[in-house]
Ligand binder design. Structure first.
Ligand code: SAH
Length: 402
């Protein structure tokens, strides 16, 4: 035994999913716990016959252990360095790290470095904005290890990294009462402009949703740009206006951005101003989506629907699917012949077949003939661990309306 971690013994047969390398242990699978364990502590997990299975972070809740390693090893700075270095290599392979692209349009300094289970670090998210890393813990264990992780990250990224900002106020279990706080763990940076495919975005680490920006739509925004020329675009649920800025560059005739949050409308206006100052083609409105779709005319021939997750849990699935159908039907009703719809779901509980069925239902309800042009998903810097299919969360369809 290489470490002194407290031990958890599983019920008979409950090691099966772990032998298939699934990284979660549910509380119902646990037979005995050696000692009192504090939330966030690393534990050693044994099968009922005493065989070593995994080490992971302990937490109170339905997922009791998030597996960090299937090797009996110490979880320390070296461990995190190894994991972070692998993830960094993956992003280099994708071509996202400081790529020396020859045209301004392809310059990119924004990417996701750690995507939880997809990078074998359940509970941890790290997004890179130029030389600042924004780190988010979704588990108590990652919260406890935050300083070690920041140190390891500095070693891996070297001069590419000037600051690590920690933002976990809204992502940690409320009951754990950890005194969550947002702030710099390392260095300090005031440069909060990110560049994505040559376009500039203000990133609000402090108050913004997630790590301040939705990095996961990068490739899909690029595709939208190609469809934008001469079109009248509606970007519904625009948040920071990622899709809007791309469609402006793509030569849209007009772009309207809508979000129920006044703060989002402020952000989208700022980002348009940053890239296309005084361009009269763009306008933003702080209005509820259903109200806007109800009242709008029949003008928009390129519509983006990228709503927040309708199903946060499996129990809410049926209702969420009805929600997607209703929302898409509302938009389809108003779109002229020859229109294109980019429609998304970021609910983990909704799989791509279910989402497609929801869009099918919307087409039936509105009597529209639609063709699927593209099936979209999350980009390569949001990888899916093959042993953890739940990590596939973003799906989208680009459809042509006859
Ligand atoms: N498309 C965005 C991300 C969308 S996040 C991007 O590429 O960055 C979802 C957004 O939906 C949030 O900004 C939230 O404020 C907004 N929203 C939530 N409920 C809404 C509603 N009923 N009507 C309009 N916007 C809503």
């Amino acid at each position: 035994m290489m470490n002194n971690y407290k031990t958890i013994i599983l019920k008979k047969g409950k090691e099966d999913s772990l032998l298939r390398k699934h990284p979660w242990i549910f509380s119902g699978a646990i037979h005995t716990i050696s000692d009192k364990i504090n939330e966030g502590e690393v534990v050693r997990v044994l099968a009922s016959n005493g065989n070593f299975i995994a080490v992971g972070h302990w937490q109170i809740g339905s997922i009791a252990v998030r597996v960090l390693s299937f090797v009996d090893e110490e979880i320390n700075e070296e461990f995190y360095k190894k994991r972070l270095a692998t993830a960094f290599d993956v992003r280099k392979s994708i071509g996202l790290v400081r790529n020396n692209a020859s045209t301004a349009n392809t310059i990119n300094n924004t990417f996701r470095l750690i995507h939880g289970e997809g990078d074998n670090l359940p509970g941890l998210i790290i997004d890179i904005y130029d030389d600042t890393a924004v780190m988010q813990a979704h588990s108590v264990g990652m919260h406890c290890d935050r300083s070690t992780i920041a140190q390891a990250l500095k070693q891996v990224m070297g001069d590419d990294l000037k600051a690590v900002y920690y933002k976990s106020e809204t992502t940690l279990p409320y009951k754990a009462d950890l005194g969550q706080e947002n702030g710099f763990l390392l260095g300090h940076s005031t440069n909060n402009i990110a560049i994505e495919n040559g376009l500039k975005f203000h990133i609000d680490w402090l108050k913004g949703q997630k790590t301040g920006f939705f990095v996961d739509q990068r490739d899909n925004r690029q595709l939208l740009e190609q469809y934008s020329k001469g079109r009248k675009v509606l970007n519904m649920f625009c948040y920071t206006g990622g899709f809007s800025v791309y469609s402006m560059r793509g030569g849209a005739e007009l772009v309207h951005s809508v979000d129920s949050s006044a703060k989002a409308v402020e952000l989208v206006n700022k980002n348009i101003e940053l890239n296309f100052p005084n361009d009269p083609r763009h306008e933003a409105f702080a209005v509820d989506a259903f109200k806007y779709l109800e009242d709008m005319g029949n003008n928009y021939d390129l519509v983006i629907l990228d709503p927040p997750a309708f199903a946060k849990h499996r129990d809410a699935l049926k209702q969420a699917l009805r929600g997607y159908t209703k929302l898409n039907a509302k938009a389809m009703e108003k779109m002229p012949s020859g229109s294109i719809l980019f429609t998304f779901s970021c609910s983990q509980a909704v799989n791509k077949d279910q989402f497609r069925t929801a869009i099918f239902a919307a087409a039936m309800q509105t009597g529209r003939n639609i063709r699927i042009l593209h099936q979209l998903h999350q980009p390569s810097d949001h990888p899916i661990n093959i042993f953890h299919p739940e990590g596939e969360y973003l799906k989208g369809l680009v459809v042509y309306l006859e």
